[in-house]
Design a protein around this ligand. Structure first.
Ligand code: NAD
Ligand code: MG
Length: 391
């Protein structure tokens, strides 16, 4: 006889060991853990001990390391638990096929594209943190989610904010979206000052605690560049409808402007668990232990126009959007190569935008993507060119 209790919701988390992944597990804990959720797969990369501990805690059916050479270590760590173990690209593909109603896409970079796409095609609801999926594959990714029948639920805080305040029945009245940007640690730096910054200073975000790569992308404002392209595809906007405003306190997470002059904003403490919880329980709002805004003590909210001379990444996003087609994939792939070169100490901070712009100019002629293979080909070509330029 049925107990009357709803069946646990089935979830999978790609990138469980990262910053978004760990925050997702924290939200799951607060919402009842394995009593409420049935965890299909958890994936990670080199952090095997954490992945194994997470899989045991939530009773996952499968744990996957993206790194083939960590397979043995993960297998040993989970021996006798009954949790299936897999590795590499094929392991990620298996994780994508495990029955799950909701998939958190929180792998960093284009490495997340193939498994997220597979889960979308299968019809899962996709909670999207991995913005690179939309930047690279754009409309093809949106179409794959629609064809699968699942929903695309934005987790990026700006897009989640827009998702929260964009009334579907008011779409016709939407005029613009305004993405807020903290300005990062170098908001007030001159170009000369930025030329010599280190990875350690670049990763120190003033408001948000995030993974290494997105933190450095925030310092260069490449993160906002990716988010402009992400917003274009998520909300079906023209490039002209997308504005960016620097708001150093990160209290307003983004805004929607309507044709009657009204602007609706979503505010909150800078804590990704709000966006994750919203995406996990949509259309409900769960109770979460997030710091509450204390307006009496906020004192002020500041705004500044973004400076595209000091932060040319924003201009590159506009160029990529104007060119369309696979240019998002080219921008993102070249940027990932340049970012890795900066992290490895091979190039300086300013070279990231310069190198990315150069690759984009050389590949500006590429035809629009008809299929995902075109996207992967553009990505590869951009990486090959960037590798030559950045060494
Ligand atoms: P992170 O570096 O903390 O974690 C990345 C995760 O991806 C880890 O689980 C890691 O094991 C896995 N991973 C790394 N390389 C991989 C590979 N080659 N193949 C498969 N898996 C791999 O990153 P993060 O900060 O959690 O960001 C994840 C995604 O979410 C990024 O796309 C980022 O832009 C986006 N995002 C993050 C935040 C945030 O607050 N951290 C906010 C908005 C959007
Ligand atoms: Mg963001």
């Amino acid at each position: 006889m049925a107990s009357g209790k709803p069946a646990p919701r089935r979830l999978t988390i790609f990138g469980a060991t990262g910053s978004i992944g760990q925050n997702t597990l924290d939200v799951i804990r607060h919402l009842g853990g394995r009593e409420t959720f049935d965890i299909g797969a958890l994936t990670g990369n080199g952090n095997v001990a954490l992945l194994a501990a997470q899989a045991c805690e939530v009773g996952a059916r499968m744990a996957v390391t993206a790194s083939d050479r960590h397979y043995g270590e993960l297998k040993d760590a989970l021996a006798g638990t009954g949790i299936a173990v897999a590795a590499g690209k094929s392991g990620l593909a298996e994780a994508a096929e495990i029955e799950a109603d909701w998939v958190m896409a929180a792998i960093v970079g284009t490495a997340g594209l193939a498994p997220t796409l597979a889960a979308a095609r299968r019809g899962a609801d996709i909670a999207l943190a991995n913005k690179e999926c939309l930047v690279s594959a754009g409309d093809l990714f949106v179409k794959a989610v629609k064809a699968g029948g699942g929903r695309l639920l934005p987790v990026d805080s700006e897009h989640n904010a827009i998702f929260q305040v964009l009334e579907e029945n008011q779409r016709h009245a939407l005029e613009r979206v305004i993405l807020t940007a903290s300005g990062g640690p170098f908001r007030t730096f001159s170009r000369e000052e930025m030329a010599g910054v280190t990875v350690e200073t670049a990763r120190a975000h003033p408001n948000w605690s995030m993974g290494l790569k997105i933190s450095i992308d925030s310092a260069s404002m490449f993160n906002k560049a990716l988010e402009m392209i992400e917003a274009r595809h998520l909300f079906d906007l023209t490039p002209e409808q997308i504005e960016v405003i620097v708001h150093p306190q990160s209290v307003i997470h983004s805004m929607v402007g309507y044709k009657d002059g009204s602007v609706l904003a979503q505010l909150g403490a800078p804590d990704m668990r709000t966006a994750i919880g919203y995406a996990l329980t949509f259309p409900h709002r769960p109770s979460l232990p997030i710091e509450r805004l204390d307006f009496a003590n906020l004192s002020r909210l500041d705004f500044e126009a973004p400076d595209e001379e000091r932060f040319p990444a924003l201009r590159l996003a506009r160029i990529a959007m104007a060119r369309g087609g696979v240019q998002g994939a080219v921008l993102n792939a070249a940027k990932e190569m340049a970012l890795q070169a900066f992290i490895d100490g091979r190039v300086g901070f300013l070279t990231m935008a310069r190198g990315t712009g150069e690759v984009m100019d050389r590949l500006g002629h590429l035809a629009p993507a008809a299929t995902m293979d075109d996207v992967f080909a553009a990505d590869e070509e951009a990486r090959r060119l960037a590798a030559g330029l950045l060494n």
